[in-house]
Design a protein around this ligand. Sequence first.
Ligand SMILES: [Zn+2]
Length: 323
Amino acid sequence: MRDRVKKFLSRMFYQDKVPSSVILYGKEGIGKKDLGFEFAMSLLCHERVYPPCGVCVSCKHIKVFYQKKPEELKFYGEDKRGKKVYLYIQGDHPDFIYLMPEKGEIKIDQIRGVKDFVYLSPALSKRKVVFIEPADAMNPFAQNALLKVLEEPPYDTHFILIAHRLEKLLPTVLSRSFLIQVPPLTTQELREIAHIEDPFILELAEGSIKIAIDLKEHVHILNTAKDIIEGDILTLYKRSLEVESWNQQDQSTLLRILQAMLHKRYMESKDPSDKKALDLVSMGLEYLNKGIRLSLLLFQLKGGNKNVSYKSKISGHQQNSSS
Ligand SMILES: [Zn+2]
């Protein structure tokens, strides 16, 4: 699966037909960023090979860049009123910049900053690369500003965009870009990349390295999830009460694991009660930071307490907290 994307990129590269904007898209945690980064490195590589040579001056700079913390590489500019604003991340490679969200969003000032970069001549390599990750973090203003650049693309600059959800990008941006779908990893690929042998984890991760590693690092959460789904009613009650004292991060991980398990179960059974449990867990994830009683929600996974609607519990809680 992965090979197919690489072959495609390779052909594009050697036929010298790399579009000015390429969007690699697909599910979160499947290695899109690494693929895109490797491709960017090739575009700048002095040996002009894909995969990149890894030893030329250009490749060396990019490698150093990849190892450094973003905080060390932040580049600032000025907005219209002369106020200092964060623009992008740039290491020692003069022809490569990396745009990432600041406080969850990529803003218009950041794209304006990129514009100045785009119209300079490359200094170390033959071309320049602007890497945007995740591109779906660009707000609509930023996307419109990017669109203006893409409408008159500088011939020696490539934009590599990484996106988890295409629907968050403007149709106009999509139509100016070349879209490449990155498929989830196969179980075999996942085993090799994440060094995981547990078949349960490999199956549950559904092709995502991120989820697989998350599961591997949180075995106690995984076991709690198994107990909740597979254990008897007393085990369910016991575990649900324990979970109440966990921190929110772990509670959220637990709900995501439960979601994956229930999703899998529902896909196999098509049983409405599994669907109901899945919806309940999804709702839990949505309301987790609004202070829900997680144990109450988990109790209902076995269909207990059927007369209590969970939504009324939530609104009840909100009423209490606002009074
Ligand atoms: Zn190189």
